[in-house]
Ligand binder design. Structure first.
Ligand code: NAD
Length: 481
């Protein structure tokens, strides 16, 4: 059995309650973990609170040193962590290795930044004789990091790396179905020398553990990634303590393909962008708008790629796409597809569960492409969190932009064109937090801030900009008349 990590030590739940973690490809039991309640959550918060002052007061170079030691030890265990991630989440092992490595790189990025002097305030000349103005940055205190199941390690690192680098302490809460790889990384970071209480992990239901983290007055900030509906609850709960929140929520990213684009490149990027992680990515391509004059070619190319994808359990080295993570996620995709087909959509690829042999035991679903989907269909309005891609024809860029923006979400977007003018217009008009030109989300850039607009949330992760969300800026006046 895996255990939680509280105050640098292995921790179980006083109630003795446990959670079973099952492999979405086979249904097999992978491991059990303790299921925390309010009591264990409070213990973790108390440990993080007790550790805060000393961690915040450490020289930045010393914090950097300890974080880099943690990253180095995690790097030695990448294969072990990646296998845990594949077994609990379902993604192909190759993708799990990339994700585990991204965790390490993200820790390294912010650890290095902490010692580089990049985490800085500023001095401001004041219009009063003898007065000297400063803005200093201070850590917030205890940070609660609440993580979903689709990219548990990337999204954990996005929060703990900047939070710890600037001197906060952290209580992390992974999703109840994907705690194993997170626990292992937190154990390794502690083993490498983080002082007890600086980084804790508790596992349990969002409505118990997550809510206690949000309500507890000692937690000064919640970094949350998850569904839009949950994000709204988090924000409402956080209001009672006027808590800082960053909300990284759902998305329905559009990709626009213009008639002057490299169509092969666009089709390849779109297929990867949609079917990566079995379509369960916030930044997946979820809607395609292609100019009518090149629509047949693009549709044919994307469909051919979808049909060729090798779907298999994530531990199969040839797997390009694994199972979906849950039975309910697959049912939602099936009902969104049925809605589209009932309204007259045309099915071009996939559309069914995979059957026979190993497929009967897991939550597999074929890479699916539909076209001629009426604008009222759910696939255009809701987030489609699985391997289902609707492609619409549009007459020009204006229509594409109008339809792309006709969504409650505003996370990412792509535009494929060789025209600088069209690219600039799309960048200017797309009401989202991220636009790729002739690309989709393949790499999470540590250097570039990331976050959504509208119902995709607010606040930034990545970049130096994230530091604004894990520090408070205090103004100081020295002297003056
Ligand atoms: P979810 O909202 O169901 O759960 C996310 C986390 O919140 C889990 O740890 C869960 O236990 C916890 N939680 C649930 N209810 C809670 C409550 N009332 N209070 C506090 N915590 C609570 O999301 P999910 O299904 O795990 O993840 C998929 C969603 O996440 C998708 O909508 C996806 O687009 C989104 N997502 C967004 C980003 C981004 O950066 N914008 C990245 C990845 C995933």
């Amino acid at each position: 059995m895996s255990t939680m990590v509280i105050d640098g030590k292995a921790a179980t739940a006083k109630s003795g309650a446990t959670l079973e973690i099952h492999d979405p490809a086979t249904g097999e039991l992978v491991d059990t973990v303790p299921q925390a309640g309010v009591e264990e959550t409070r213990q973790a918060i108390a440990a993080a609170d007790a550790a805060f002052r000393a961690w915040a007061d450490l020289l930045p170079s010393k914090r950097t040193h300890l974080l880099l030691k943690g990253a180095a030890l995690a790097r030695e265990h990448l294969d072990e962590v990646a296998l845990l991630l594949t077994r609990e989440q379902g993604k192909p092992l190759r993708d799990s290795k990339i994700e585990a490595e991204r965790f390490v790189e993200n820790i390294e990025f912010y650890a290095t930044l902490a010692a580089s002097g990049a985490i800085r305030g500023h001095q401001i000349p004041l219009s009063v004789p003898g007065a000297f103005g400063l803005v200093v940055r201070r850590p917030l205190g205890v940070v609660g990091a609440i993580i979903p199941w689709n990219f548990p390690l990337t999204l954990l690192a996005n929060k703990i790396a900047p939070a710890l680098a600037v001197g906060n302490t952290v209580v992390a809460k992974p999703a109840s179905t994907t705690p194993l790889s997170t626990i292992r990384l937190v154990e390794l970071m502690n083993e490498a020398g983080l002082p007890p209480g600086v980084l804790n992990v508790v596992v349990g239901p969002g409505v118990v553990v997550g809510q206690e983290m949000i309500r507890h007055p000692k937690v000064r900030k919640i970094g949350f990634t998850g569904e839009t509906q949950t994000g709204k609850q988090v924000m409402a709960e956080a209001a009672s303590e006027l808590k800082h929140v960053t909300l990284e929520l759902g998305g329905s990213d559009p990709a626009i393909v213009c008639d002057d684009a490299d169509l092969e490149q666009a089709a390849k990027a779109i297929a990867i962008g949609r079917f990566f992680n079995a379509g369960q990515a916030c930044l997946a391509v979820k809607r395609v708008y292609v100019f009518d004059s090149v629509a047949d070619q693009v549709i044919e190319k994307v469909t051919a790629r979808a049909r060729k994808l090798k779907v298999a359990p994530g531990t199969d080295p040839s797997a390009q796409m694994g199972p979906m993570h849950t039975a309910s996620g697959r049912e939602t995709i099936e009902s969104q597809l049925k809605d589209a087909l009932d309204r007259g959509a045309r099915l071009l690829a996939g559309g069914s569960r995979l059957k026979g042999g190993p497929f009967d035991r897991g939550f597999f679903f074929e890479p699916t492409v539909v076209t001629d989907v009426p604008p009222e269909a759910r696939v255009w309005k809701e987030e489609t969190f699985g391997p289902l891609l609707p492609i619409a024809r549009v007459k020009d860029l204006d229509e594409a932009l109008e339809r792309a923006n006709d969504s409650e979400f505003g996370l990412g977007s792509s535009v494929f064109t060789r025209s600088l003018q069209r690219a600039q217009r799309a960048i200017d008009r797309l009401d989202v937090g991220y636009t790729w030109v002739n690309q989709v989300n393949l790499v999470a850039y540590d250097e570039l801030p990331f976050g959504g607009t509208k119902h995709s949330g607010f606040g930034k992760e990545h970049g130096v900009e994230v530091l604004d969300f894990y520090t408070e800026q205090k103004s100081v006046v020295m002297g003056g008349v």
